[in-house]
Design a protein around this ligand. Structure first.
Ligand code: 13P
Ligand code: SF4
Length: 297
């Protein structure tokens, strides 16, 4: 069986397999850790394995490479890229800093290492509000997700200057989707990701990172949930809570980039230790400062 071969090679290579919550079930099953971006960054920073194999998208593997330059970091499919992370370039950040000289730059983890290198501090969907509130500056340039920026702005007194990037998966939800889902499942709690539009966030019962949703669903007394995030999340929620029911806020909200990694590609990567993700040292040193500052919160 391919899974057995992967596990055997994983031991041989002294590799750690990390999988984002949106990964296909067969990859979640073979991973050492499944989680949201913050949990996976922490796991990548803490491991003493020689190899970190990432089942996720480019920026996640890059973050691991920045945190652990001495390790071999592998992304089994280099074409697995988060489109939102490509909506802002380092030169855009430099222009923003010139336009707003007194502001701190907070970059969402869904950015390239080059963009992180231009930023003061990184954040994830799990800690965006805490990161912004930890800063002395009153003015914050928040990049690249306009929806996460709006959510953070609603929870802080700081002046938030947002970049107009977005996640094409979460940005598809509309207020009418929440109203329609509530009509179909009136007892259900509505849980959404902060990458959703404000009109969706405003109608939700809770706004969480993917692992925040998992934690909330376990703890909640409710037995039905409407889930406003990438549809792969529902597998993890059902596994954790076999007696509860989960309904997608809208059908067909799939991040195709999160589905590009397969068991076959993982096996091949463990055999060849390719494709390896590396970040130029001068970029990595600066990007690490922004990530470490976040991890210290
Ligand atoms: P989380 O950090 O909440 O898992 O989100 C990552 C992501 O890409 C959401 O679309
Ligand atoms: Fe990027 Fe959205 Fe896919 Fe997450 S779900 S990786 S933010 S495109």
């Amino acid at each position: 069986m391919i899974e057995e071969e992967i596990l055997r090679l994983k031991e041989e290579r002294n590799a750690l397999i990390l999988a984002h919550n949106y990964q296909p079930p067969e990859l979640l099953e073979i991973a050492d850790h499944c989680g949201d971006s913050l949990e996976l960054s922490r796991a990548a920073a803490a491991t003493d394995c020689d190899v970190v194999l990432f089942c996720g998208v480019d920026f996640m593997a890059q973050t691991a490479a920045v945190l652990s330059p001495e390790k071999t970091v592998i992304l089994p499919e280099t074409d697995a890229c988060c489109p939102m992370s490509q909506m802002i370039r380092p030169q855009d950040v430099r222009s923003l800093k010139k336009e707003h000289p007194g502001a701190a730059v907070v970059c969402y983890v869904n950015t390239s290492a080059q963009v992180k290198a231009e930023s003061d501090i990184c954040c994830t969907s799990a800690n965006g509000v805490a990161v912004v509130n930890s800063l002395p500056e009153k003015e914050i340039v928040f990049i690249p997700d306009r929806n996460l920026a709006a959510y953070v702005a609603s929870k802080t007194d700081k002046r938030i200057i947002a970049w107009p990037g977005f996640c094409h998966v979460h940005d598809r939800y509309r207020a009418q989707d929440v109203l329609a889902a509530r009509t179909l499942h009136p007892e259900a709690e509505v849980l959404v990701h902060p990458e959703c539009r404000p009109e969706v966030v405003d109608l939700a019962d809770g706004v969480y990172s993917t692992s925040g949703m998992a934690k909330h669903a376990r703890a909640s007394a409710a037995s039905e949930f409407i889930i406003g995030t990438e549809v792969g999340m529902i597998y993890r929620l059902v596994q954790d809570n076999p007696d509860k029911h989960f309904f997608p806020l809208k059908e067909g909200t799939v991040c195709l980039d999160m589905k590009k990694i397969t068991l076959k590609k993982v096996l091949r990567s463990l055999e060849t230790l390719q494709p390896r993700i590396t970040v130029p040292e001068q970029v990595a040193i600066r990007a690490k400062k922004a990530i470490d500052r976040m991890l210290a919160i």
